[in-house]
Design a protein around this ligand. Structure first.
Ligand code: FAD
Ligand code: N01
Length: 549
């Protein structure tokens, strides 16, 4: 019999890959079911995103009162967030607190990468291998590997020729970086670039920003948590959490539930002005059709363009920083602290690499548009192989040795974004085909983990040991996800949602845009109909679930 506390057990009921928020909560719930669990984490600590992304300025842009676990009433009452949008060190502190408070570390093996997972049909178990040479067998394999965990440095010509220091925002050194007196290049102007550039510019001698696509960004207007705001949430947490769960994005954002075209010009302008003044990405909740109606979207985009023109002194620089060729919100909207104003500083230069493409890296810097920019350090704020990258890094083989990489060659296919046909008892938390990155991810993580816990509990009660979606159900879900995406403006942008940031990656809109509340209901309905679309079967062996102590 395997003990739930035994980190060294080589056969367990469930293996959880990853110890970010998803892996932590999954471990907690599976242990609560009495299953034996091993959680394997590549990093040396918990927290996932918040363990790896330690770049200057890193913070959440979902309000902390909402970007936090709801599963424990005590936890949410006890915890104090210092700011409206908390910084990375505070979110990491929270993840560590959760791990300690619920005694999760005893299940976690750190500094270990899962390299392969192969389904053994003779035994209905997954055979998992790690980079430390360990083999673990598990009934369930739960991939809590993260949607934005596979950091990517583009394959620039001459990459290894550069002799200065290089950093990726998603792999920032734990000891921090001192840029004092340094000439720094930042490549990339997504959320990570937009957060880090103002902070790096405060310290460095000079910052050269290499921008391929300008981004829409809303001032975060972050501030210390006020006792009133904290109390407002804590005195009403149950109801507010329920609102989050039933909402479209997992965020209570006071959605103005009317079309931007249904109001007068003055009312529309007032709505945008007021949201801009409040700050944050809930700007996109100004009207209910900003991501579905191009005419409405144009009004919001134009409002932001006008603000950029006001914030940036040099009109040429302002023009280059102004997004024009994709609808606002169809690449992940950003929230910033003095991003556009940073380009008014004497020590910041913008290089538009659409006009002057990066040709190569050389010993002393970057050559773009025929000009050499000499720098001491390069910061790659170039993003992630999102949604599928971390999953496909693991060599996953299902029934008949089918490879997940091969199955997903033309894009990910998963039923509910939770499981994929041919790969029994393999689950993905916030996988492609679920709301995941289009939502407050902690809400989506909790929903997936709770659903899975109920599902595994249901199986155990009925002595069922194998669950797998049917190809028909999966095809229908993928079709549903695609139809939902095509009703929106999202496919019009070359975004990482579409896989467009990775050369050769199939262009498929990966997350499910149906909305957090609707998706929750769809998952609940499927469970209520005896897990419609899944095939559940008893194992060939008896007594397959192991009791934990
Ligand atoms: P992760 O936190 O990515 O954790 C996955 C873990 O799995 C990692 O620790 C990784 O090391 C480990 N892992 C992966 N593969 C393997 C393997 N093969 N073997 C062993 N271990 C493995 N979301 C929001 O909703 N609101 C926000 O404001 C917000 N801000 C963000 C800011 C930044 C800078 C970034 C990068 C993302 C942000 N996100 C935000 C998204 C964020 O990723 C999620 O909110 C959430 O933290 C994801 O948790 P997770 O556990 O699913 O994945
Ligand atoms: O990555 P990104 P990120 N040559 O992919 C550019 C979350 N997050 O790390 O747009 C030159 O968004 C690329 O250009 P383009 C959030 O979900 C949240 O910033 O592809 N440039 C782009 O400008 C976010 O969306 C927060 O043309 C290249 C940039 O690099 C997600 O994580 C903070 C290039 C990459 O932007 C990812 O954000 C941070 C190349 N070859 C992250 N390749 C919050 O505030 C890429 N680029 C909540």
């Amino acid at each position: 019999m395997t003990s739930a506390t035994d980190k060294n057990a080589s056969t367990v009921d469930a293996i959880v890959v990853g110890a970010g928020f998803a892996g932590l909560y999954m471990t907690h719930r599976l242990r609560g079911l009495g299953l034996s669990v091993r959680t394997i984490e590549a990093g040396s600590g918990v927290g996932g995103t918040w363990y790896w992304n330690r770049y200057p300025g890193a913070r959440c842009d979902t309000e902390s009162m909402q970007y936090s676990f709801s599963f424990s009433p005590e936890l949410q009452q006890e915890w104090h967030w210092p700011e409206k949008f908390s910084a990375q060190p505070d979110i990491l502190k929270y993840a560590n607190h959760v791990a300690d408070r619920f005694d999760l570390r005893r299940n976690i093996t750190f500094n270990t990468l899962v390299t392969s997972a192969v389904y053994d049909e003779g035994d209905d178990r997954w055979a998992i291998r790690t980079n430390t040479g360990e083999d673990i067998r598990a009934r369930f394999c739960i991939m809590a590997t993260g949607c934005l965990s596979n950091a990517r440095v583009p394959d620039f010509k001459g990459l290894s020729d550069f002799k200065g220091t290089t950093y990726h925002t998603g792999h920032w050194p734990h000891e921090g970086v001192d840029f004092t007196g340094k000439r720094v290049a930042v490549i990339g102007t997504g959320s990570s670039g937009i957060q880090s550039i103002p902070e790096i510019a405060k310290q460095a001698a000079h910052v050269t920003v290499f921008q391929r696509t300008p981004n829409y960004s809303i001032p975060a207007r972050n501030h210390p948590m006020t006792p009133d705001h904290e109390q407002l949430w804590k005195s009403d947490y149950d109801a507010r959490r329920e609102m989050q769960r039933q909402s479209r994005t997992g965020i209570v954002n006071n959605l103005n539930d009317v079309s931007a075209m249904a109001v007068s010009d003055a009312d529309r302008q007032n709505q945008y002005t007021s949201r801009w003044a409040t700050g944050g990405t809930t700007f996109m909740a100004s009207f209910n059709d900003l991501v579905t109606n191009k005419e409405s979207n144009d009004t919001a985009a134009e409002f932001v363009r006008q603000r950029i023109a006001e914030l940036v002194r040099d009109p040429d620089v302002a023009a280059r920083l102004t997004p024009r060729d994709y609808p606002i919100g169809t690449k992940r909207i950003c929230a910033d602290t003095h991003y556009f104003e940073t380009f008014n500083r004497d020590n910041v230069t913008l290089v538009d690499i659409r006009e002057a493409p990066i040709e190569e890296l050389v010993t002393g810097g970057i050559v773009a548009g025929g000009k050499t920019y000499n720098v001491d350090s390069i910061v790659f704020a170039t993003g992630f192989d999102a949604l599928t990258g971390a999953l496909l890094k693991v060599d996953i083989k299902g029934r008949g040795g089918e490879s997940l990489r091969v199955k997903w060659e033309a894009g990910p296919r998963a039923y509910l974004g939770l499981a994929t046909a041919g790969f029994p008892n393999l689950f993905m938390i916030t996988g492609p085909g679920s709301p995941s990155v289009l939502s407050n991810m902690i809400v989506s993580i909790e929903q997936h983990v709770d659903w899975l816990t109920d599902c595994i509990g249901h199986m155990r009660a009925r002595q069922l040991h194998v669950i797998e979606p049917t190809r028909e159900a999966e095809d229908a879900w993928v079709e549903h996800v695609n139809r939902a995406a095509n009703r929106t403006l999202y496919p019009r942008a070359a975004s990482w949602y579409m896989g467009a940031n990775i050369p050769g990656k199939p262009r498929v809109f990966m997350p499910y845009i149906g909305g957090v509340g609707r998706y929750r209901q769809e998952c609940a309905d499927i469970a209520a109909k005896d897990y419609e679309g899944f095939r559940l079967a008893p194992s060939s062996r008896a007594g397959a679930f192991q009791a934990a102590d």
